[in-house]
Ligand binder design. Structure first.
Ligand code: BG6
Length: 496
């Protein structure tokens, strides 16, 4: 816990409890915390959803969600203990009566003296404000407790709407009470980044423009938009992934060592990076970014439909499902080093990697095959599907000649028997414990919107810049045109 930590909550209210996020992420993660003994004995959950369910139907839904995620390995005693903590409240988020009822549930006499409440908004961004205003109407944002409100990304649709949303939120909650979630910060490898750099004297001295040639951040997904067309088609990859997850990864790679590990010190350093990103000129957006949309293709032996043929996507949609971009960080450490970022849906496979390419030695002293000559040292940090690190070094090829080749030092971050945590487990525990280090402060949100704003503006004026790529491939060919040097190539896997 950090200095800002306050006592744990005794109520945890989930809005959108019958939705996809709660089912797929929140309930399994909270159950794991239950099983690990990390939930206070007197913590009660209130699940709010629109479905007309009685207690037993609700319980069935909850248990199904946990079983689907936990597979065979479910601990029945922990699951029953977890389910007993819940109360289901059927209600419409726009109806004041829902909040009056919630107030009554939360006012019931309880053991102990804890008065803190967590409000988790697992709902569409458009519904944030009605919920916050209604909580205020019944006084649920006030009281003696130190309440916390958790909001999912994207925070706003652009800089202006994010500021507006923030102004409204701040009328009811202080900044320290607002936990803006970006689940990428809860991923093990992302948390490992700072440790890897700052706990190893071998690495940190090289982590700058003198030694690093360029950085690549790839977040590739093989899935399409599943049943989220309503949200996704209005949002697109730039807002859904780049403005938040990818820029947070970039800031985590590039930040200076913080003064302490306190939440604000860490976030100060990230925001400095975001603020130092060189603005992309609207008129030259095409030199810095490529956007694409998938057309029909093949993956894992199956035919995959085009984005425009997905359920509920308009035939003429120009929403991007892929973005690649090049950014420069104009500060002392990184000036002149390109950061190439790319992310997309329906790509060849699910893989997220941060790849750092180092500069070449000043002289080629050893005999090396031509194709090997352009090889530099690389460090890869893989976020998913597995968490591992690989270093590529040059070594002598065994034999009579003094020739070199690439050798790879490869290690997982996990020892045998150590289980992998979902990012939401870490983040939900942090919310409960009041540790905001892995949550986004508003100035980070603002700076991130500023970075993508020129692209939003350029693309809204020019639908011809939308490229296409067949589903199941690595995205539009044009993404290679972003590179500063012919020696730069997208790294797709460990070998190539
Ligand atoms: C979410 C996006 O924030 O992240 C989704 O809204 C995306 O579109 C998801 O699929 C990816 O998360 P992960 O953890 O599976 O990489």
């Amino acid at each position: 816990m950090t200095e800002s930590a306050s006592p744990g909550p005794c109520h945890f209210v989930i809005f959108g409890a019958t939705g996809n996020l709660a089912q797929v992420k929140l309930f399994p993660a909270l159950y794991h915390l239950e099983r690990a003994g990390r939930l206070n004995e007197d913590l009660l959950f209130v699940a709010i959803g629109r479905r007309p369910w009685d207690d037993s139907r609700w319980r069935e839904h909850l248990e199904e969600a946990v079983r689907a995620a936990a597979g065979e390995a479910v601990d029945e005693t922990a699951l029953q203990r977890f389910a007993d903590r819940f109360e289901y409240l059927r209600g419409d988020l726009n109806e004041p009566a829902t909040y009056t009822e919630l107030f009554e549930v939360l006012s019931r006499p309880r053991m102990g003296s804890c008065e803190n409440i967590v409000f988790y908004l697992a709902i569409r961004p458009d519904d944030f404000l009605p919920v916050v205003n209604n909580l205020d109407r019944v006084g649920l944002n006030r009281g003696h407790g130190r309440h916390r409100i958790v909001v999912e990304k994207p925070f706003g649709r652009d800089l202006e709407s994010a500021r507006e949303l923030n102004r409204e939120l701040h009328q009811h909650f202080d900044e320290e009470q607002v936990f803006r979630i970006d689940h990428y910060l809860g991923k093990e490898t992302v948390q490992n980044l700072l440790v890897f750099r700052l706990a190893n004297t071998l690495i940190e001295p090289l982590w700058n423009r003198n030694f690093v040639d360029h950085v690549q951040i790839t977040v590739a997904e093989d899935i399409g938009i599943e049943d989220r067309a309503g949200y996704f088609d209005r949002t697109g990859t730039l807002r859904d992934m780049v403005q938040n997850h990818l820029l947070q990864l970039l800031a985590s790679v590039a930040m200076e060592p913080p003064a302490t590990m306190d939440a604000n010190d860490r976030r100060d350093e990230k925001v400095k990076v975001l603020r130092s990103i060189r603005p992309i000129p609207v008129s030259r957006a095409g030199d810095f970014a490529v956007r694409g949309q998938y057309v029909a293709g093949e993956g894992n032996g199956a035919r995959m439909a085009a984005y425009r043929d997905e359920n509920d996507v308009p035939d003429s949609s120009v929403t991007e499902t892929y973005v690649a971009l090049k950014l420069y960080i104009d500060n002392w450490r990184w000036r002149g080093v390109p950061f190439y970022l790319r992310t997309g849906k329906r790509l060849a496979r699910k893989q997220s990697i941060i790849a750092i390419r180092f500069r070449q030695p000043p002289q080629q002293l050893f005999r090396t095959a031509i194709q090997e000559r352009i090889r530099s040292n690389w460090i890869y940090l893989s976020l998913q599907p597995d968490e591992w690190m690989q270093m590529e070094l040059r070594a002598k090829q065994p034999g009579l000649e003094l020739e070199t080749r690439t050798v790879r030092l490869n290690t997982g971050f996990r020892e045998e028997g150590e289980t992998s945590l979902d990012a939401y487990e870490t983040l939900l525990l942090d919310v409960i414990e009041g540790d905001a280090s892995l949550f986004i402060r508003f100035d980070e949100v603002e700076e991130s919107w500023k970075v993508v704003a020129p692209l939003m503006e350029a693309w809204s004026q020019d639908s011809r810049s939308l490229r296409v790529y067949p589903a199941g491939t690595w995205g539009p060919e044009e993404a290679t045109l972003l590179f500063d040097s012919p020696a730069h190539v997208w790294r797709k896997n460990l070998r190539g």
